[in-house]
Design a protein around this ligand. Structure first.
Ligand code: AHM
Ligand code: MG
Length: 335
């Protein structure tokens, strides 16, 4: 399709593939794009209005809630809850699921991390929103937390918004990955990256090296091996998953947030972070794993479940998986 086409037009063209479509999916995405624009505006002027810093509250994970986290969370809920296409929402910032007024009920479930990379908010470094869309299994009057516990392979759509030097909306519905850049002058997301393909191999690795004293033997050996490799790897770590992932999506590379001696399941959340990015990665030809299992094959047991994450270029992730499996045989614990 033609470069510069608006996201809404692109969605309407895609909708034509489904003659019986009632347009709910298109409406859901259009509203999500509106929420993204509102968050983007607030991120852009964060230093000028009283929205930097912490609220003083802790979230469900015991982490400090930033004012922008709260703003992004409320913006998404407010923009989406009355659209008529959702049966429920789950947010990384909320302990319980978000229920929908019966008068506005639809049959999709939205899961999201409203503002990922919160530690970067105050210092003007890229942050992002990550989202995942599931379809309810069948009609029901009430939505329960168990409805959200589906393996990632069953996502109907997923993507992210990157609030970087420009704001980008990147998504997949299982037919490739498409990227749209916000033109602030017209206030629209315009098609800039159609059918993104992730290079099969890259030279970049992204991991928080500050955690190295806690790494398992397998992780330490794997990173040492990358550094010793004559292909001259470069380390790049923003500390905002969306930004680190997006760079590797376009340039190739591998991102790791492994299990370590302190947190045996790593840090990142399966439903709000790993699953949506794994769906995008696979649709672009990449791969995502927890070191033992493909991320999209994990059946979640809890809404806020964490998982080790290895994601990026297909051959790099395959090589890492093989290395971790082989080393686990010698040293014990997983990635
Ligand atoms: P958040 O959802 O609370 O922002 O945490 C997730 C972020 C990711 O964006 C990033 O990859 C990771 O945490 C960075 O963690 P660390 O600072 O431990 O390296
Ligand atoms: Mg996050």
């Amino acid at each position: 399709m033609s470069k510069g086409m608006t996201l809404t037009r692109f969605l309407l063209e895609e909708q034509r593939r489904y003659p019986n479509s009632r347009g709910n999916f298109t409406a859901l995405f259009s509203d999500l794009a509106v929420a993204a624009k509102i968050i983007s505006r607030e991120v852009d002027r964060a230093g000028l209005v009283n929205i930097l810093g912490a609220t003083g509250d802790k979230n469900v994970h015991g982490e400090e809630v930033q004012k922008l986290d709260e703003f992004a969370n409320e913006t998404i809920i407010r923009t989406m809850e009355r659209g008529g296409y959702l049966a429920g929402m789950a947010s990384e910032e909320e302990e319980d699921i978000i229920r929908i007024d019966p008068a506005c009920r639809g049959d999709y479930l939205l899961l999201f991390d409203p503002l990922d990379g919160s530690s970067n908010i105050d210092v003007n470094i890229s942050v992002g929103t990550i989202f995942s869309v599931l379809r309810l299994d069948g009609p029901r009057a009430e939505t329960a937390p168990g409805d959200f516990l589906k393996c990632g392979a069953r996502q109907a759509a997923a993507g992210y918004v990157l609030y970087g030097s420009s704001t980008m909306f990147v998504y997949t519905t299982g037919f490739g990955v498409h990227g749209f850049t916000l033109d602030p002058g017209v206030g629209e997301f315009l098609l800039s990256h159609e059918n993104i393909r992730m290079p099969d191999k890259g030279r970049i690795y992204s991991i928080n090296e500050g955690n190295s004293r806690r790494w398992t033997e397998a992780t330490s050996r794997y990173i040492a091996r990358l550094k010793a490799n004559e292909k001259d790897c470069s380390a790049r770590y923003v500390g905002s998953l969306v930004a680190d992932f997006h760079r590797n999506l376009l340039k190739g590379g591998i991102f790791l947030y492994p299990a370590d001696k302190k947190s045996t399941n790593g840090k990142l959340r399966l439903l709000y972070e790993a699953n949506p990015l794994a769906f995008v990665a696979e649709q672009a030809g990449g791969r995502a794993s927890n070191g033992e299992t493909r991320i999209l094959d994990i059946t979640p047991s809890e809404l806020h479940q964490r998982t080790p994450l290895i994601i990026g270029s297909r051959l790099d992730v395959l090589e890492a998986e093989a290395f971790f499996k082989e080393t686990a045989g010698e040293t014990g614990p997983k990635a």
